[in-house]
Design a protein around this ligand. Structure first.
Ligand SMILES: Cc1cc2nc3c(=O)[nH]c(=O)nc-3n(C[C@H](O)[C@H](O)[C@H](O)COP(=O)(O)O)c2cc1C
Ligand code: SF4
Length: 518
């Protein structure tokens, strides 16, 4: 029987040499006359093991990693094709603790299947949710999503079902489903991993959203920095269209839904939903004032659902297994699972999908394994560039929207970036202001001008110029930005700045002046 070898085509694996490994493996397999086929899968999300090469055996898939092209010959010599021992052998992939301890609902197939094989997708439970949806009334689909407790995974945590209900109940000549795949947050890659590793789940989620709200057209808005995701999504849409999953009759039903990928040039503010709509319409990515809400007047002034990739990709499993199944995971008002992205100075960087409720300490120390440098963890920034820095003293905070808000933080897109004790938090605060100044759309004064003033004030503190007065000025500026900005770019930049100042005051003290030796 032909042996299946899996080598990821995920951008992270490619960055670590997967293309060379795949080429070397193909050449060696042919030269040795082995009966094997290479499948280019998505990533399992264990970045420190990439490229993670797997072979299917009677006992299950055996993983090897990180594999370099020069390891291929010795792997084959050692009997890799039969899953035999080798220094890089990790045993059964599913038994690796980082993977085994996860609850993979949204990412159930990512890294497992051939991303562009619809047969593989179906064989692993794909299309069950859509199949069920085509026979349900739109309001019943919306009710299922509402009851599941799913909240937007893009950052704001707004209940997805309520957003869909608004669009369902708003009349319009045309309605749209817009998938926000801009993924601008630092240390985040969940959207990219889904688009590259299981694009059909996003297509299925968007088609369900279309049927639920009466939208017949969808767009995936992503950035030019994601060429592999764009290629995988575009190819998957073609396959889905040819198979009748998309088109005038979705799965043979009376519902029509089609979609396409649109690429932005890559501006952080174009991830903000109204700025994204402008960009999608071919205009400059300028934030729109709300109201009107996009649900009432969105793309081309039509009722529009805008959801993050992970929000939409979580819908098929909700429809397949029922709202109660999904809602049973999690804590408080944070229901279901969340794909946490662990990055920065950390030993085990990668994607960890789990029910809400783990503490930050468990995620950083037990799952992430502490810093890659081996030095103590000083701070963790949660929720992207607008998220707060958490010190170790707050590591008992459970991963939950409300618990993070209570500590003046946010979960955002669930990216966490780890810093060791060499990090200078004043520099990080300055960086937050600089990032805001660079990425500001310029529409409102507190953000456009405030961020530039913020950089100047941080520089004065660093230079030891009237530090006490300038720390007060920085706090005052943050207050103005927080309450006076039109959108969360200016409004949330104070979170990293104020958390750095509050939790690491020693970094905001002027450096002692060293007297020159006589
Ligand atoms: C400056 C800024 C950048 C944002 N970037 C993203 C992004 O990259 N991806 C995303 O899904 N949401 C982003 N958002 C949030 C979106 O405005 C919006 O809340 C989200 O797309 C709604 O989808 P959801 O309800 O599924 O989370 C951003 C918001 C702001 C203010
Ligand atoms: S806060 Fe900044 S990004 Fe948002 S609308 Fe105002 S200027 Fe634009």
């Amino acid at each position: 029987m032909t042996v299946k070898i899996y080598i990821p085509r995920d951008a992270a694996a490619i960055a670590l040499g997967a293309e060379k490994v795949a080429a070397a493996m193909a050449e060696a397999v042919a030269a040795r006359g082995l009966d094997a086929t290479i499948i280019r899968n998505g990533s399992r999300g264990m970045h420190w093991l990439e490229p993670l090469v797997e072979v299917e055996t009677a006992e299950g898939r055996i993983g090897y990693g990180p594999v370099r092209a020069r390891d291929v010959a010795s792997l084959l010599d050692a009997g890799f094709i039969s899953g035999d021992a080798h220094a890089l052998c990790l045993g059964k992939t599913e038994e690796i603790p980082f993977l085994k301890n996860q609850t993979r609902l949204t990412f159930a197939r990512c890294g497992v299947i051939d991303p562009l094989s619809l047969d593989d997708y179906r064989a692993h439970g794909g299309l069950c949710g859509l199949q069920k949806s085509v026979s349900l009334a739109p309001a019943a689909i919306v009710a299922e999503v509402t009851e599941s407790g799913l909240r937007g995974r893009g950052g704001a945590g707004f209940p997805t079902g309520i957003k869909w209900k608004t669009v369902l109940e708003t009349a319009g000549p045309q309605k749209y489903i817009v998938c926000n795949a801009d993924e601008g947050d630092s240390g985040t890659f969940a959207d990219r991993m889904i688009m590259e590793g299981d694009p059909f789940v996003l297509i299925e989620g968007m088609a369900i959203a279309g049927i639920a709200t009466g939208a017949t057209k969808g767009y995936v808005y992503t950035r030019s920095e994601y060429p592999h995701a764009i290629a995988a999504m575009s190819a998957a849409i073609e396959v889905a269209r040819a198979a009748g999953v998309l088109g005038t009759s979705v799965l043979g039903s009376a519902h029509a839904f089609d979609m396409e990928v649109r690429t932005g040039a890559g501006a952080y503010v174009c991830g903000e939903e109204t700025s994204l709509l402008n960009s999608l319409e071919g205009k400059r990515g300028l934030v729109r004032a709300k109201p009107p809400l996009p649900a009432h007047k969105g793309l081309f002034d039509c009722p529009t659902v805008i959801n993050n990739v992970i929000s939409l990709a979580s819908v098929p499993v909700i429809l397949e297994k029922g709202a109660a199944y999904y809602r049973d995971f999690g804590m408080g008002r944070s229901r279901g699972t969340i794909p946490i992205q662990i990055a920065g100075n950390v030993k085990h960087a990668g994607l960890y999908e789990t029910a809400f409720g783990l503490t930050l300490g468990e995620i950083v120390d037990a799952i992430g394994g502490g810093t890659a440098s081996g030095r103590p963890v000083k701070a963790v920034q949660v929720g992207g560039p607008l998220g707060a820095y958490f010190p170790r003293a707050l590591f008992d905070t459970p991963f939950d929207y409300e618990a993070f808000a209570a500590k003046d933080g946010l979960i955002g897109h669930a990216g966490i970036v780890v810093f060791d004790d060499t990090a200078d938090m004043l520099k990080q605060a300055r960086f937050a202001m600089e990032f805001c100044a660079v990425e500001s759309c310029g529409k409102c004064t507190p953000c456009r001008i405030g961020s530039t003033r913020g950089v100047e004030v941080a520089d004065k503190i660093a230079a030891g110029i009237e530090p006490e007065k300038n720390r007060e000025l920085l706090a005052d500026l943050c207050n103005t930005m927080k309450f006076g900005s039109l959108c969360a770019l200016g409004g949330f930049t104070p979170y990293p700045v104020m958390s750095a100042m509050t939790h690491f005051p020693e970094d905001f003290e002027p450096a002692p002046v060293v007297e020159a030796a006589e």
